[in-house]
Ligand binder design. Structure first.
Ligand code: TTP
Length: 398
């Protein structure tokens, strides 16, 4: 199945993590987010990938090259991010005259479901949720096996099956890509889905697992998901006094010093150093050349390449961008005293994460002064600085 992977978006809701990179290139365990999608797609039957690039495209091209997971890779450029139908239109000249799949490069799918999608074409992936009002919702027939339409964020949803953004369109849809602007001013692929539903039978394939990674806490969820799949493998240099529990991967070239406790699932990548006397708790990714130093506790967090938390710190449920440096004793709050879900500003709007525990999000090159206190849900823009002893209660400090 020829498969278009959409990876041109600006990822504005994911800022500051996307200030300097495309969202599909954000790290999820051992590879970029879109590489998980691409691998799953190939295992499910994608015979060829056409990746639509636009925003910060160089790194995408560099990573995927001209072959990935044994299938050829081509690129289409969407110079202006005008919407998903426009992105597919950019790729259309490269399609052969058969049916084609379209997947979001910022979503995780499970392989069995994607296989079902490819085998039941034309098809759209659906996912059952309790409250569909904030999603695109499918109209379906009585037994939910056929999609008959789609509606965005309805107050009165026609079903609790939402659109996963995974489609297989019939060949004829190649000539249906010129759609009008939607209410939000974008050219939407859901309009092409609507047309497919009227012209042909579109299966609604129920997905067992699916995650749309649009906002920072969803990147933590993506890592939580994919860390569940790691098997214990200790290839780095590990001090005999370190205590490694459960499914922990310490890659060759990583160092774990004396007195360290690591609880899985966790991944310590090549060039990273942990300890002495550090505590790394479950669902943590310590990426390449990152440092977790003496008396530092890190839990359920992502430290991107080169990030350093050197001394006497607590980092919980947080994402630290590339080359972030936390001064000694920088401490992150990840729980509200009233036990409510942590809220984060997303494009200027206070948004609930739905998580009882969520810490901070730091763009690349953030540096905190010693004894900085960071409140729950704080975002620090790339390159931000804090003073020694500073208490950061608010968002988006520059
Ligand atoms: P979105 O998540 O809707 O858009 P985005 O990635 O730009 O993020 P944000 O809304 O936070 O700014 O996009 C869904 C998928 O489609 C995603 O994989 C990116 C891709 N896309 C394009 O390739 N081109 C586009 O013009 C748009 C809008 C999205």
């Amino acid at each position: 199945m020829q498969t278009i992977l959409l990876a041109a978006g600006q990822g504005t809701r994911m800022r500051p993590l996307t200030e300097q990179r495309a969202k599909p290139m954000l790290p999820v365990v051992d590879k970029p987010l879109a590489a998980h999608t691409a691998t799953t797609a190939v295992n499910a039957g994608a015979s060829r990938l056409i990746i639509v690039v636009g925003y910060e495209s160089e790194a995408v091209r560099e990573y995927f090259g001209d072959e990935y997971a044994g299938v050829p890779v081509d690129y289409a450029v969407q110079s202006e991010q005008r919407g998903t139908a426009d992105a597919v239109r950019a790729a259309e000249p490269q399609l052969d005259d058969g049916p084609f799949a379209v997947l979001n490069g910022d979503a995780l799918y499970d392989e069995a479901s994607l296989t079902q999608l490819f085998e039941n074409a034309p098809a759209v992936g659906s996912y059952r949720v309790d409250d569909p009002t904030q999603y695109g919702v499918l109209y379906t027939d009585e037994d939910d096996t056929r999609a008959t339409g789609v509606i965005e964020k309805p107050a009165d949803p026609p079903s609790n099956l939402i659109n996963t953004g995974a489609y297989v369109f019939p060949a004829a849809a190649q000539s249906w890509l010129e759609v009008g602007e939607s209410e939000r001013g974008e050219l939407e692929l859901t309009d092409v889905l609507e047309r497919a539903c009227t012209e042909t039978t579109v299966s609604a394939v129920p997905f067992e697992r699916w995650l749309d990674v649009g906002r920072p806490w969803e990147l933590l969820e993506a890592n939580e998901w994919k860390l569940e799949g790691v098997s214990r493998s200790l290839d780095g240099e590990i001090h005999e006094d370190a205590n490694i529990r459960g499914n922990v991967v310490v890659e060759e070239g990583a160092t774990v010093d004396a007195g360290v406790v690591i609880e899985g699932p966790a991944l310590i990548r090549e060039g990273a150093t942990v300890g002495p006397n550090a505590y790394v708790r479950g669902h943590t990714l310590i990426a390449r050349n990152a440092t977790v130093g003496h008396s530092v506790e890190v839990k359920n967090s992502i430290l991107m390449d080169g990030a350093t938390v050197g001394h006497l710190s607590y980092v919980g449920d947080s994402i630290l961008g590339r080359d972030v440096n936390f001064g000694a004793n920088t401490t992150v709050a990840n729980l509200r005293h009233d036990d409510e879900s942590v809220r984060v500003q997303v494009k200027g709007e206070e948004t609930t994460t739905g998580r009882r525990k969520f810490g901070v999000v730091c763009g690349d090159d953030v540096k905190t002064g010693i004894q900085t206190s960071l409140n729950v849900g704080v975002k620090l823009a790339s390159g931000a600085r804090t003073k020694p002893g500073e208490v950061v209660l608010e968002e988006n400090r520059n």
